[in-house]
Design a protein around this ligand. Sequence first.
Ligand code: SF4
Length: 170
Amino acid sequence: MLSKVLEKSTCAECRFCCSFKRGSLWETPLFPKETVERLKKDRNVDFVLDETEGYEYGRMSLEGEYRTEDENEETPCMFLDGSRGCVLSDEDKPFDCKIWPLRIMRDGRELVIALTPTCPAINRVPLERMKELVEEGLGDTIYDYAARHPFIIKQYREGFPVLMRRNGGS
Ligand code: SF4
């Protein structure tokens, strides 16, 4: 979805967003319930299940993968293969991963589309170009998916540049 600004080869070489620090587990991608059930059966992966506004979802259970208590220790995503990259099909790959480093976040009564400031590649793309990309239709796609999968909405965090704002109800 970000192919207009991010080369696939750049992401394949980097994989920054496919490893998670113990202190950043909130960043792990979330999977819809039907995908969780398929992956549990097909790949024998452990998920933590939860629910938001009646929508069930799962996240990978990575807590047991760390060897120290260091908040900066990293562990790879369970679906990251050292040589092939992400092993998931397009159907199973979480929407969070498809739009990263974009995030949809709640900021008071608004839902904002914001940019994760730590992505090494996107930091080389002018912010105005990222705003254009969101305004060209990607923003609508993200708001639409979030309306049907509200569990992907994070709480807004300082330092994430906002690219688009919309009234978000409650
Ligand atoms: S699901 Fe795939 S793209 Fe997403 S973090 Fe895991 S390896 Fe990376």
